[in-house]
Design a protein around this ligand. Structure first.
Ligand code: AP5
Length: 190
């Protein structure tokens, strides 16, 4: 079974790309399940009465986030035993206490990813996608902060690869380029 980790800064379109990539893979008779790390964390955090909405999680004390993260990693590792999975998550999370690694060693040990996909776009594209998305309580970041966050994600992805032997693939999800990106994702995972 293949474990693919799909990451990108919030608003880059990783979740949208996962959905389109899944369709493209299905047309090629390759089946994957998409698991949102954030959704599993939200289930854990709600069970413990810590938050009501997903955008509250990155504001929790980092120690609490680590504990919720660990429990989510364990639940997802169990799912990966029977199916190819695409884990929609983040290499780093921007918190009030600094960048929190999305896949620390204790999470990686359970997941053992085969490939880490970094979804990227220009800082301007990401800024406008966040502003246009009225369904979420996204933090405001300027283009310099978005650029720094993408650089942190690249560094984190290579560290995770060094610990696990996974490969790292970058995919550009530019405006108007979603189908091309989905096709590249399917080429990477089939
Ligand atoms: P999560 O559920 O991953 O939410 P998120 O961080 O906000 O990321 P999204 O999935 O909403 O954004 P996206 O990049 O997928 O963009 P989307 O496809 O929606 O995480 C929630 C929380 O969980 C995190 O904040 C964190 O607290 C926690 N968490 C998660 N993983 C964790 C971990 N490992 N450790 C610790 N905490 C963790 O697209 C955005 C918009 O762009 C849409 O309007 C879409 O239509 C548009 N769009 C997409 N592609 C294109 C394109 N090519 N052209 C034009 N528009 C496009």
């Amino acid at each position: 079974m293949t474990v693919a980790v799909l990451t990108g800064v919030p608003g880059v379109g990783a979740t949208t790309l996962a959905e389109h990539g899944l369709e493209e893979l299905s047309e090629r008779d390759v089946e994957y399940e998409v698991v949102s790390f954030g959704t599993v964390m939200l289930e854990v955090a709600r069970d413990e009465g810590l938050v009501e909405e997903r955008d509250e999680m990155r504001k929790l004390p980092s120690e609490t986030q680590r504990d919720v993260q660990r429990q989510a990693g364990e639940r997802i590792s169990d799912m990966a035993e029977d199916a190819n999975i695409m884990v929609d998550t983040h290499c780093t999370i921007s918190t009030p206490e600094g960048y929190l690694p999305g896949l620390p060693k204790w999470v990686l040990d359970g997941l053992q990813p085969d490939v880490i996909v970094l979804v990227e776009a220009t800082a301007d594209e990401i800024l406008f996608r966040r502003l246009d998305d009225e369904t979420r309580e996204r933090d405001f970041e300027g283009t310099e902060e978005i650029t720094e966050h993408q650089e942190m994600n690249r560094a984190a992805a290579m560290s995770y690869a060094t610990l696990t032997g996974a490969t790292v693939k970058t995919i550009e999800n530019s405006d108007g380029g979603l189908e091309e990106a989905a096709s590249e994702l399917a080429d990477t995972l089939e």
